[in-house]
Ligand binder design. Structure first.
Ligand SMILES: Cc1cc2nc3c(=O)[nH]c(=O)nc-3n(C[C@H](O)[C@H](O)[C@H](O)COP(=O)(O)O)c2cc1C
Length: 160
């Protein structure tokens, strides 16, 4: 069977927290990591699996990722498998942040086969005054969970 060609589209602008996760996942999957600005829609046909990653900014994925998804033509068929991941300062709400983005991807014809979240160092706004929260995150444990997530995605893809 030919290797699964995987693209990870990631926007990480605060401390590269999500970029660490993106590269950990990409290493397992043998994927290319690009920003939304670097991915023309036509190039999607070159990939079998797409990952979407972002830091959380004002309670949402980065606007560049949103605008890339909004610009996609509706209902690309056949459905393409995809997964998403994020990092944020306050981790307890991650499912609320993933929900709208998952629904937008589904509307555009992606089949979401998994998602992942971990804490990221956050020194935004007043948090800067106290030295930030989640210092050193994502840490080794977060990244090993990310790698484990990528292995599960790989298994799911192979199982078809
Ligand atoms: C402008 C801005 C807005 C943010 N808004 C939120 C937020 O609404 N909720 C949250 O939990 N964290 C928020 N954060 C913290 C980031 O989600 C967190 O630091 C994340 O790991 C950043 O990822 P990055 O380093 O990949 O950009 C915000 C950070 C910035 C810079």
């Amino acid at each position: 069977m030919a290797a699964t060609k995987t693209l990870v589209i990631c926007k990480s602008v605060h401390h590269n927290n999500t970029a660490w996760v993106a590269h950990t996942i990409a290493d397992v999957l043998g994927a290319v990591v690009l920003t939304p600005e670097e991915v023309p829609y036509a190039s999607l046909d070159d990939y079998d699996l797409i990952g979407f990653g972002s830091g959380v900014y004002y309670g949402s994925f980065h606007e560049a990722l949103w605008s890339w998804v909004r610009g996609l033509p509706n209902q690309r068929l056949p459905q393409k498998p995809a997964f998403l991941f994020s990092t944020s300062g306050l981790s307890c709400l991650w499912k609320f942040w993933h929900g709208p983005f998952t629904r937008a991807l589904t509307r555009k014809g992606f089949d979401i086969i998994g998602d992942f979240h971990c804490r990221g160092f956050d020194a935004w706004g007043p948090l800067w005054l106290v030295g930030g929260i989640n210092r050193r995150h994502p840490d080794e444990r977060d990244l090993s969970r990310a790698a484990e997530f990528a292995r599960r995605i790989q298994t799911a893809i192979k199982a078809g």
